[in-house]
Ligand binder design. Structure first.
Ligand SMILES: Nc1ncnc2c1ncn2[C@@H]1O[C@H](COP(=O)(O)OP(=O)(O)OP(=O)(O)O)[C@@H](O)[C@H]1O
Ligand SMILES: [Mg+2]
Length: 498
């Protein structure tokens, strides 16, 4: 026998007593009774009944319908109305409080029992449904995956917080509208819309996954790479009543993939380069400059031989410079070959200042063409160093070319190249090449000496790596610091000739 706890709200004392007696006879507990609506609400809270039997017409200005509404909203306790009459308006108002039953006075024990049991059963079922809905809502709110549900017309019925975050749409504005407004997806490579997965599921009745490279277009214009699937919600008789989309932000995976692709590309390039031989590349890199000088000087020579403006002395000087550059190209090839063979460079006593001075004529026209002013500050107490003259000159030349390229990439009108030499410590001399260019970004300064690292569209990324291997073969060191004027300062050391 059930012993449900019942609150009786009835303003007719005789009827109230009769109902209580009936309830007890059936085996219910009467946990309280009152004739007033406001008291009924208070008792619902303190006595926590399983059910309230509520007369519609009550004493005071708080009738049974209002009291029932409050009790439902505040405490979720089922209410059964007791009434002696049922006019349409009263039934309509009472109906809005979602009552669990009506009892028309007068009634028998059996009627009372049936209505109470039905109400308790229905309420129990509702509570279970509400609990499970809450459980699902809590679960869906806490998971990291975004979830959007639609009805059978592909209109949004639900979005969890993760879906709101990713799409930029709030459930309140999206609910009831077409899901394609909220879940807009395109293919990353073609930029074309991807087949609407909701329509596909509704059509096929099957779970579908997304193609690779799908980007979600958020409301604020963000593009988020996503991974997703859509599954049908199947109702009674196998009818599809909606679709659930589950998707997640895969930016991290996407970036890792991009990096992998980039690494793969670098690797392929390396493989090609290795096949060609780094030697070939180094030669290509290093003789470009003397070849450019040959061409420029040959053009100058021709110019001085042109009828009407002949100047044999100038023509001769230009032709001599062609020869110097030609020889230099030959020397460079030899020195690189020895460097690449890993045979020790030809270490002789080199006058460092003289070696630097020999480099300058080779790049003067380059400096002039780019509006670069140069300053030389060669210290007289620089001693002889132990090294390969041509290779040391290559370092200086590479650093100067980089400096000129860095400065001509800016709009600055003052372009100052400065080359210095001096003692470093007892065992080493130091040479510096600095510019007034844009300077080195900290993000790349670590990488500039890597082979093939370049930020220039036409760069090979060979210059500094060649410099580094030459310096290392000499037992010296190479590094950079930011230049006080803005721009960059490169230093390298060479051992003294003992
Ligand atoms: N003086 C400088 N100022 C600013 N950035 C520089 C300077 N020198 C070198 N860099 C940076 O270091 C990178 C590597 O230089 P490196 O000389 O090795 O190759 P590159 O000049 O790009 O190509 P190349 O193989 O034709 O020399 C450059 O792309 C540039 O980003
Ligand atoms: Mg360079």
């Amino acid at each position: 026998m059930t012993s449900a706890r019942i609150l009786v709200v009835e303003d007719d004392r005789v009827v109230a007593r009769d109902i209580q007696a009936k309830l007890k006879r059936i085996g219910y507990d009467v946990v309280g009774h009152t004739a007033r609506g406001d008291e009924a609400v208070a008792l619902a809270r303190s006595a926590e009944p399983d059910l309230v039997l509520m007369d519609i017409r009550l004493e005071g200005n708080f009738d049974g319908i209002e009291a029932a509404e409050k009790i439902r909203d505040l405490y979720f306790i089922p209410v059964v109305f007791l009434t002696a009459y049922a006019d349409e308006e009263t039934v309509r108002r009472a109906g809005q409080t979602e009552p669990f039953g009506y009892l028309l006075k007068p009634f028998e024990d059996s009627q009372l029992r049936t209505v109470v049991e039905m109400a308790l059963y229905t309420h129990g079922a509702k509570r279970k449904l509400r609990d499970s809905e809450r459980r699902y809502a809590a679960t869906l709110s806490s998971i990291g995956d975004a979830v959007i549900a639609t009805d059978e017309h592909a209109n949004v019925t639900f979005m969890n917080p993760a879906a709101e975050r990713l799409t930029g749409w709030h459930l309140s504005e999206a609910a009831g509208g077409p899901v394609i407004n909220v879940f807009r997806i395109i293919n990353h490579d073609t930029r074309l819309p991807v087949d609407d997965p909701v329509a596909k599921v509704l059509r096929s009745g099957f779970t579908v996954g997304l193609a690779n490279n799908t980007m979600l277009l958020a409301k604020d214009g963000r593009e988020v790479p996503i991974d997703d699937s859509g599954a049908p919600i199947v109702g009674d008789h196998g009818k599809i009543t909606g679709v659930v989309l589950v998707f997640r932000d895969i930016t991290d995976r996407y970036q890792a993939d991009e990096k992998l692709r980039k690494a793969q590309q670098d690797l392929n390039r390396m493989a090609r380069v290795t096949a060609m031989g780094e030697l070939t590349l180094s030669i290509a890199h290093e003789i470009r400059q003397p070849l450019m000088a040959v061409v420029t000087n040959a053009a100058t020579c021709l110019n001085w031989l042109t009828a009407g403006r002949e100047n044999v002395d100038e023509a001769r000087r230009a032709a001599e410079r062609v020869i110097v550059s030609g020889h230099r190209a030959g020397e460079v090839v030899n020195s690189i070959r020895s460097l690449a063979k890993n045979s020790a460079p030809e270490m002789t006593a080199v006058n460092l200042n003289e070696a630097i001075l020999e480099v300058l004529p080779l790049i003067l026209s380059e400096l002039r063409r780019n509006g670069v002013v140069h300053r030389l500050d060669l210290s007289p107490d620089v001693e002889m160093v132990k090294g390969d003259r041509v290779q040391l000159q290559q370092i200086v030349l590479n650093l100067i070319m980089n400096a000129v390229e860095a400065m001509s990439a800016t709009t600055l009108s003052t372009r100052i190249l400065s080359v210095t030499s001096g003692r470093f410590d007892a065992g080493f001399m130091v040479i510096s090449v600095s510019d007034s260019g844009p300077g080195l970004e900290s993000t790349i300064s670590e990488r500039i000496f890597e082979t093939f690292f370049t930020t220039k569209s036409g760069g090979m990324g060979m210059g500094l790596s060649i410099c580094k291997s030459i310096v290392q073969a000499h037992g010296g060191d190479i590094w950079t610091t930011p230049n006080k004027l803005g721009g960059t300062c490169f230093y390298f050391t060479v051992p003294r000739f003992a």
